[in-house]
Design a protein around this ligand. Structure first.
Ligand SMILES: Cc1cc2nc3c(=O)[nH]c(=O)nc-3n(C[C@H](O)[C@H](O)[C@H](O)COP(=O)(O)OP(=O)(O)OC[C@H]3O[C@@H](n4cnc5c(N)ncnc54)[C@H](O)[C@@H]3O)c2cc1C
Length: 337
């Protein structure tokens, strides 16, 4: 019996696993996640801070896994994919490895600390439900916060904090990342919107020092020797893929895992999709990155159908990603929720 493994239990990974099952009723399908939480709806993460219907985030994971006969391995961080001696295995941080025949990598992205890299232990992050829950637990004691970032995510974070009447200072260094959720050319639009929310915005060149710990008093000093004081700092910078584990499989990497338009990596039995994949645009030859929940679902579904088709017949025609819809459209819909 074939074994399909999917790393990542979110929009992309779950969608891929479901589509594999629809095409292949018999094979074993396993999803791996490093998180404890079941599958949840990430765009609602910030609502955890408002304690407004967090139940809305959860899906009925158990029912879904049973319906599609998918095994879930949670709380396991993948540290390497090893193809040595023709027996492909996945290695974990603290556990026995498992083997696979076909693999979908759907590990998304995580916080980019940018200039805060040296002090990342001092920062709240917004990557996972567990991260946001830590911030939510501390929030009643935090009167003022620094938010690092200037795009979509920073705006949504400020909007949430201001609803909770927190004092907010936004710092940004004008750096542009290929993973920016919004178009970097719209930075001024976001900065104006952030100011309208009642936050103070400071453009900085360099962070000189950061002292203190979150939940207490922290002091951040910039290149102009200006101290900014608050009770905590949140990184709301664009996210970047963390896919070093795939290097061991000699999968070719760019800023993410490089895939062709049919979502296949340079190893034919390994596909990748969603936020961690770097898709080469068919028309321009330029890399494209996913930025949003709905398109991650669509890519995951396509990766699932393609890998199941490939497993059946390596010469079969596969589906191609032709374009990635802009994040902005999703945002407008979500703001209206
Ligand atoms: C705070 C926040 C707000 C957002 N708001 C919106 C919004 O309003 N609208 C919108 O469209 N999009 C929004 N997004 C973006 C959207 O959530 C992502 O585009 C989408 O979740 C990408 O799905 P994915 O499955 O590719 O990756 P992810 O959702 O990031 O999932 C990655 C999965 O991989 C697992 N994983 C990662 N590394 C490992 C490892 N080494 N070992 C084992 N498991 C691993 C993780 O545990 C997780 O299950 C938001 C994201 C965040 C963080």
């Amino acid at each position: 019996m074939r074994r399909f493994v999917v790393i990542g239990c979110s929009a992309t990974g779950v969608s891929a696993a479901k589509e594999i099952r629809k095409k292949d009723p018999l094979s074993e399908i396993i999803i791996i996640t490093e998180e404890m939480d079941p599958f949840y709806y990430k765009p609602y993460l910030l609502t955890l801070l408002l304690h407004r219907n967090p139940a809305k985030m959860q899906s009925d994971s158990e029912k879904l896994l049973a319906q599609f006969r998918i095994e879930l391995i949670s709380l396991r961080k993948v540290v390497a994919i090893d193809l040595a001696r023709g027996y492909p295995i996945i290695r974990f941080e603290n556990d026995e490895p498992i083997s696979f025949d076909y693999l979908v990598i759907a590990t998304g992205r995580r916080a980019e600390f940018g200039q805060l890299r040296k002090w990342q232990q001092n920062c709240y992050r917004l990557d996972t439900q567990a991260d946001v829950q830590i911030l939510a637990n501390h929030l009643p004691h935090l009167k003022s916060l620094i938010v690092y970032g200037a795009d979509e995510l920073a705006l949504r974070t400020v909007h949430t904090l201001r609803q909770l009447r927190k004092e907010v200072t936004v710092i940004h260094d004008g750096s542009i990342s290929p993973f920016q959720m919004s178009d970097p050319l719209q930075e001024n639009f976001f900065l104006r919107a952030i100011t309208r929310q009642g936050a103070t915005v400071k453009k900085i060149r360099e962070i000189q020092s950061l002292t203190g710990t979150n939940g207490d008093q922290i002091e951040l000093v910039t290149d102009s020797n200006e101290p900014i004081r608050a009770n905590g700092i949140i990184t709301a910078q664009p996210f970047a893929p963390d896919v070093h584990f795939a290097r061991f499989a000699e999968v070719v990497m760019g800023a993410g895992i490089k895939v062709t338009a049919d979502l296949q990596t340079t190893q034919p039995n390994i596909f990748s999709a969603g936020d961690c994949a770097e898709i080469i645009d068919l028309k321009s030859g330029e890399p494209m990155f996913n930025n949003g929940w709905r398109s991650a679902v669509r890519q995951g579904e396509m990766a699932g159908r393609n890998i199941a088709t490939y497993a059946e017949n390596p010469d079969a025609q596969l589906e191609m990603v032709t374009a990635i819809p802009p994040f902005f459209r999703d945002r407008v819909q979500l703001v209206a929720v």
